[in-house]
Write a protein that binds this ligand. Structure first.
Ligand code: C2E
Ligand code: CA
Ligand code: CA
Ligand code: CA
Length: 279
């Protein structure tokens, strides 16, 4: 009995401490969003296999925290959702992405679209589509320069709203990607009813694709199904040449991963382009 009490006491102390940390981080995030100079993006290149050429980037958010240093989105996206800050965060990310990609476009003179991750709560928020369109307009970008990456879980909570919002944006030229495809709980039947252009195969399936026959079979099936539905397939998390050639032989369209480029600051993109036009 003494041991059980000790355990309870210990775990409660832990929880209180964790809650305190969480609250502190929430306040820090609120301040960061107000100050506007701590969140920044890294851009990871995407390559089309058939032409071996660079075709765009995914924007990935980072937080330069005043005392904790650089934080990854896994440390603060859920927190932002719980604290009601995800809309402000999403707006900040969309503006940063559009600003940097518009500057790049002016610099290089051709279009390299950007993918932006959208959390389910952001998508469900009022006027989401208007805010995205306003952002594109403010930065002088055509809708075709933006891909929204949403997870299949958006379809579970409010499929009709998600379909309507994304459908409107897609009719105006924004591309829609289903992120982390295969890891969520939505049924496959939504795919032909839902406004989608791209399926992104999660890196968990790519990681062991050479060793694990099941993973290979899953990736093969996703690619076949996507192509039957006239969707483009992106594989993420490609780390070595063997994975790349297997994905190529399976007919995958586009690759993203450390092998081809790590997420980089926007200011490094021009130099990256000079160095790497082809893979
Ligand atoms: P995701 O959308 O699936 O993004 C891919 C993640 O894999 C990124 O992690 C990226 O840095 C990492 N990655 C890329 N290539 C490789 C590789 O070859 N090997 C391995 N092991 N990893 C690779 P990151 O940047 O830490 O982002 C984690 C997740 O946070 C993202 O997963 C996305 O769900 C979320 N996220 C990132 N930026 C945003 C954002 O602006 N808004 C929202 N709502 N979520 C975001
Ligand atoms: Ca993504
Ligand atoms: Ca993923
Ligand atoms: Ca994810």
């Amino acid at each position: 009995r003494a041991r059980a009490d000790t355990y309870v006491w210990f775990s409660q102390t832990q929880t209180d401490e964790d809650d305190g940390d969480k609250l502190q981080l929430e306040n820090d995030l609120r301040e960061a969003l107000a100050a506007g100079d701590q969140l920044f993006l890294r851009f990871q290149p995407q390559f089309r296999l058939s032409t071996a050429s660079l075709i765009g980037f995914e924007a990935l958010v980072r937080w330069q925290h005043p005392t904790h240093g650089e934080l990854s989105p896994i440390d603060f996206i859920d927190l932002a959702e719980d604290a009601g800050l995800i809309i402000a965060l999403g707006d900040a990310v969309a503006h940063l992405a559009c600003r940097e990609i518009a500057a790049l476009r002016a610099d290089i003179g051709f279009d390299l679209p950007v993918g932006v991750n959208i959390s389910p709560r952001e998508l469900a928020a009022e006027r989401f589509a208007d805010r995205i369109l306003g952002c594109l307009k403010q930065h002088g970008l055509p809708a075709s320069m933006l891909t929204l990456e949403v997870t299949e879980n958006v379809l579970i909570d409010s499929p009709a709203l998600a379909a309507e919002t994304l459908g409107r944006l897609r009719r105006l030229g924004v591309r829609i990607a289903i992120d982390d495809f295969g890891t969520g709980y939505a049924s496959l039947s939504y795919l032909n009813r839902f406004p989608v252009d791209v399926l992104k195969i999660d890196k968990q399936f790519v990681r062991d694709i050479l060793r694990d026959r099941n993973d290979c079979a899953i990736v093969n099936a996703i690619i076949g199904m996507a192509h039957n539905l006239e969707l483009e397939v992106v594989a993420e998390g490609v780390e070595n040449a063997e994975q790349m050639s297997l994905l190529k032989s399976l007919g995958c369209d586009t690759l993203q991963g450390y092998l081809l480029g790590r997420p980089m600051p926007g200011s490094d993109i021009a130099a990256f382009l000079r160095k790497t036009e082809r893979i």
